[in-house]
Every structure is written in C-alpha cells, then in structure tokens.
Unconditional design. Structure first.
Length: 157
C-alpha cells in the first residue's frame, strides 16, 4: 500500500445471493418435475375377487343395452353405419354389457383370452361377430348379429 492509502474490501452486489437462490430453486423444481413426469400413472386397484359375482338384475340396464343394440341396427338399416362398423359396435356393446353385469374386464381381451377367462358364451357371440368386423366381405348380416347380441343381453339379465 503506497503512501498509507487504505482500500476497503470490495463489496459484492446484492444480486449474487438472489441469483444463487433462484438457480437452486430452478434446479429443485426441475428435479421434482422430472421425478413426477417420469413416474407411471397411478392405476386403480381391481375390485376384490367376487365383488361382481352376482350380476345385477336391473331391467333398466338390460333395456339400455337392448336400446343401444336396436340403435346400431337402425343406424345400419338407414345407411348411416357401414356393415363392418355395425359389427364392431355390436362387439363393443356385448363386451361392455359383460363388464357391467359380471365385472369381468373383457373390453381388451382377444377371442383366445375370452376362452381362457371362461367366458364361453361371450366368446361364442364375439366369434360370430369377428367375420363381420374383419372380413373383406362380411357374410353375416347386421340383423342376425344384433339378434345374437340381443339374445346374450336377455339371457344374462
């Protein structure tokens, strides 16, 4: 220090601690988001075994599905629904009805899965709907397919 001059220590700006806190907060937020966004979604627990062993005897439920089957049949008859799509909708309806009445998760099952799950009656109906749903030229009429779907709904209610 020449000639006895004294220089006080350099003062840091108040911006540096604030910037440090902001950087730490951004990093913590990043890792929290990374953890939450990469976790698998929570799935509801399946119902306890036997929770749906007794199918509901609700005539309202049966009437609802019979009306839906009639609606698909009517849409096809009026030309608003192609044959293939009508067969596919009937297949979805009988699967949804099975899920609603028996509690079996059959919506995504293949025909082989239905046989393995001891859903013989549903498997027979779905098997008869498959040619109309997937064949290039369906030989089965929508009216007969709707009749089989109706029969299943009436028998299971």
């Amino acid at each position: 220090m020449p000639d006895g001059e004294f220089f006080p220590p350099e003062q840091y700006s108040a911006l540096w601690p604030i910037l440090g806190v902001v950087i730490v907060a951004v990093l913590v937020t990043f890792y929290i988001l990374l953890f939450r966004l990469t976790r698998p979604p929570r799935r509801p627990h399946p119902p306890a075994h036997g929770a749906f062993d007794v199918p509901p005897t609700s005539t309202e439920l049966r009437r609802q599905y019979l009306d839906l089957i009639a609606y698909v049949e009517d849409q096809h008859r009026r030309g608003a629904l192609p044959t293939r799509e009508a067969h596919q909708r009937l297949g979805v309806l009988v699967r949804e009805f099975t899920f609603t009445t028996k509690g079996e998760r059959v919506l995504q099952m293949t025909l082989e899965d239905l046989h393995r799950a001891d859903q013989r009656e549903l498997a027979r109906v779905v098997e008869r709907l498959y040619p109309g749903s997937f064949a290039p030229d369906p030989s089965d009429t929508v009216q007969s397919a709707a009749g089989r779907a109706r029969e299943l709904v009436q028998r299971w209610s």
